[in-house]
Write a protein that binds this ligand. Structure first.
Ligand code: NAD
Length: 300
């Protein structure tokens, strides 16, 4: 299969989409961008040589490849298939047979498989390729990319992925990338809560929180939160890691959906979903996910 050529539609110029689209534009790809928030596309177009599509339907007309970087599967379905999957006013409505859609959002694998069936009927190729690494690694093009779907489509997209990340995995068939992404964020979110609880309890016991983190990092309790997030974003009071509580809670609900689909063990995942759902209600979905530290500080 040939490498992708022609214009690329990029839908979702948010916290992650902005640096990712910027890296593609800098690499010479011809981008046509769209976001429901026009302030985002205007700001992006003032800094990069791209076209702004007046609508998703227009974006689809111009492009042979469409990338989505949207909050969740509902936004992805709406942007690609329109309200109620009616293929009105959406990106896929005008895509030619043989075009490729790449969903890089953290979506639901169940909904991704359903989209795969709808797109196959229209002759449109579809892969899921969610990412890990946050805004910082999106800027430096050091994302981990986990791809689900046809290996030949992945190979055609590989040169593009290499402009966004430095670790590219073929996770399995369509939906596998989204499943692994949700499971990864479950492990990350469970570890984050464990680290917060340990630091808060230790402090109440009279310990210095910085010493607790140093000891955890020299010991078997070390994890991504103790290494990267606790001092920089939580103990500092900055709470600005760039990933929201709402998105993390959504990823955990997806992980639980996957566990239930396969009747897998999910006792801790269920409890984690409850904690993150409560944090999302208390802090608001837009709060940085590291602010769960403040929410847990208030808990007994
Ligand atoms: P964001 O909210 O900053 O960006 C999403 C963008 O999509 C916004 O600009 C919004 O206006 C736009 N949008 C929403 N609905 C739309 C629609 N129907 N049509 C067109 N545009 C629409 O979110 P983000 O942090 O960039 O995350 C995007 C995805 O990447 C999510 O699935 C998230 O879980 C995942 N992710 C985020 C991070 C992170 O650190 N922020 C890391 C890895 C993965």
């Amino acid at each position: 299969m040939n490498a992708i050529s022609g214009k690329i539609g990029f839908v979702g110029i948010g916290a992650m989409g902005t640096p990712m689209a910027a890296n593609l534009a800098k690499a010479g790809y011809k981008l046509v961008i769209y976001d429901i928030d026009a302030t985002r596309t205007t700001a992006f177009a003032s800094a990069h040589e791209v076209e702004v599509a007046p609508s998703l339907a227009e974006l689809g007309k111009q492009c042979g490849t469409v990338i989505t970087m949207l909050p969740d599967d509902k936004a992805v379905c709406k942007a690609l298939c329109g309200e109620t999957n009616n293929f009105q006013n959406c990106a896929v409505a005008n895509l030619k047979v043989g075009s490729t859609v790449i969903d890089m959002s953290s979506s639901s694998p169940v909904s991704t498989r359903e989209l795969g069936r709808l797109f196959a009927a229209r002759g449109v190729k579809f892969i899921d390729a969610p990412v890990s690494g946050g805004v910082k690694r999106a800027v430096t093009a050091e994302l981990a990319i986990m791809v689900g779907g046809d290996g030949a489509v992945l190979e055609a997209c590989r040169p593009l992925f290499e402009k966004l990340g430095n670790q590219i995995f073929h996770a399995g068939p369509l939906g596998a990338g989204h499943a692994i992404k949700a499971l990864n964020n479950y492990v990350s979110a469970a570890g984050l809560v464990a680290a917060c609880e340990a630091v808060i309890v230790g402090q109440r016991f009279g310990l210095d929180p910085n010493v607790i983190v140093d000891v955890l990092n020299a010991s078997s309790g070390m994890n991504n939160t103790t290494k990267i997030k606790m001092k920089q974003f939580m103990l500092s009071g900055a709470f600005n890691a760039g990933f929201t509580t709402g998105l993390m809670a959504k990823d955990l609900r997806t992980a639980l959906e996957v566990a239930r689909e396969v009747h897998g063990p999910s006792g801790l995942a269920q409890h984690c979903v409850e904690i993150w759902n409560e944090a999302e209600s208390a802090l608001g979905p837009a709060a940085d996910h590291t602010a769960i530290y403040k929410f847990l500080e208030r808990a007994e």
